[in-house]
Design a protein around this ligand. Structure first.
Ligand code: SAH
Length: 409
């Protein structure tokens, strides 16, 4: 059957020519022979070729563009896309140690010109997340390419994300190819971490924060090189203790990890042992508190506890534009309470991973929180996701993770 055709309304082709990969229903004049989950050719109102992408009538984003060249999208095309992404991560494949394997994001969806496709790698396992119908229907082909091109034997699927509902897809999880993963895979960064790719959050780990964990570690080394007292770190929304163990590596750090997920804290405790911080001789110590972070901040205020450094890494508060106002109040309150607990001259690392909240808005919210807390703050560093989470210049939505490293006076 010939490929379906999608004609764009006059005057609505500019974002497409500017290589934004999403086409919303409002820009579409008509669709002919377009089948959900299949490729379509995109034409301007005069019938001229604009791009090629895949179609889903059920989604608000009816077309996701794969290519702006009039060439077929086939196995070779995907091979090219995956190979390019694979080559760009060569240095991260070297990052392993005696305890843990290399871990990195191999494909970052739209930002690696593979809309709807995320692949994270943990040692010998690749974890695929199919966000859209087309990718879902092609996941076995993509797993096959992973094997042929890069020798990947084991591919596990973690497509258990809410965003699939907007595509008319149920959640999906399980082995696609090769061997079932072990209960956890130990990985190597500055510290080592257990990754549970079957039951953990996302694909098992927050790889996007790797570079920021390094920044926290380096900050402590630089600014607390000879402390008389231990450095007190409050790690809010800790998950498996990512930030805490990078910090503990500096020695003489006391971390409190707060998360509302018991499973996350259990994994964190196992990570403490994996890194030897449970050894009585270790100068660094870690604690785990199962609590709501907002409530814990108020408890610390009542107890008059203060910290040298606070990391604030909450989950996504705004899932779409309609939630921006409410999310903004959440970020404001969280940062306000955190500012109040920082010792003069201490630091705060604060994040938003909501794609709907712009960097500009996030900075304004943090600024307002500092004013209300009566604390003067300086930006030491503007933070983003690690380099294996590139952002396509044509796709500002790709810059979901934004953060600030602040000195708080
Ligand atoms: N900083 C982590 C990633 C954090 S993801 C890392 O580097 O690995 C957000 C975490 O917030 C999740 O682990 C989730 O369980 C937790 N969470 C969500 N709502 C919470 C709340 N109200 N209070 C405390 N933790 C919460």
């Amino acid at each position: 059957m010939p490929e379906g055709r999608v004609t764009i309304k006059p005057g609505r082709e500019k974002p497409i020519r500017n290589r934004h990969p999403w086409i919303f229903s409002g820009a579409i004049a008509r669709a002919e022979r377009a089948v959900d989950g299949e490729l379509v050719t995109i034409l301007d109102h005069k019938g001229r070729f604009l791009a090629r992408g895949y179609w889903n009538s059920r989604s608000q984003i009816q077309v996701r563009i794969l290519s702006w060249n009039d060439l077929p999208i086939d196995g070779d095309w995907w091979r090219q896309i995956l190979t390019r992404a694979f080559r760009a991560r060569a240095h991260l494949r070297q990052a392993q140690n005696d305890v843990g394997a290399a871990a990195y994001r191999l494909v970052n969806a739209e930002n690696d010109f593979a809309p709807g496709l995320v692949i994270d790698c943990y040692g010998d396992w690749a974890v695929i997340q199919a966000q859209t119908l087309y990718i879902d229907q092609h996941k076995h082909i993509l797993a096959g390419i992973m094997k042929e091109e890069f020798g990947w034997e084991n591919v596990y699927e973690r497509s258990d994300i809410d965003a699939r509902r907007a595509e008319g897809l149920a959640s999906a999880q399980g082995l696609l190819m090769g061997k079932s993963p072990p209960e956890t895979i130990p990985i190597a960064e500055l510290a080592n971490y257990h990754v549970d790719i079957q039951r953990g959050q996302k694909t098992g780990f927050y790889l996007d924060q790797r570079s920021n964990r390094r920044i926290l570690h380096d900050l402590i080394q630089r600014e607390y090189s000879a402390p008389t007292d231990a450095v007190n770190l409050l790690n809010l929304f800790s998950y498996s203790g990512g930030f805490a163990f990078a910090a503990l590596k500096c020695g003489n750090v006391r971390a409190i990890n707060v998360d509302s997920s018991r499973a996350a804290l259990e994994l964190a405790e196992r990570n403490e042992a994996l890194n030897g911080f449970d050894n009585p001789q270790s100068c660094s110590k870690s604690e785990y508190i199962l609590a709501d972070a907002f409530e814990y901040l108020r408890y610390c205020q009542d107890e008059n506890q203060r910290f040298d450094i606070i990391v604030v890494d909450p989950p996504k508060f705004a899932h779409h534009k309609g939630q921006i106002a409410r999310a903004t109040r959440g970020y404001k309150d969280l940062n306000l309470q955190a500012f109040k607990l920082i010792k003069p001259g201490g630091q705060m690392m604060t994040f938003s991973c909501s794609g709907a909240i712009s960097r500009d808005l996030f900075h304004k919210v943090v600024f307002a929180a500092s004013l209300d807390a009566g604390r003067e703050a300086q930006v030491i560093q503007v933070l983003s996701a690690a380099e294996d989470h590139p952002v396509a210049l044509t796709f500002p939505e790709g810059q979901y993770l934004k953060g600030l490293l602040l000195r708080v006076n």
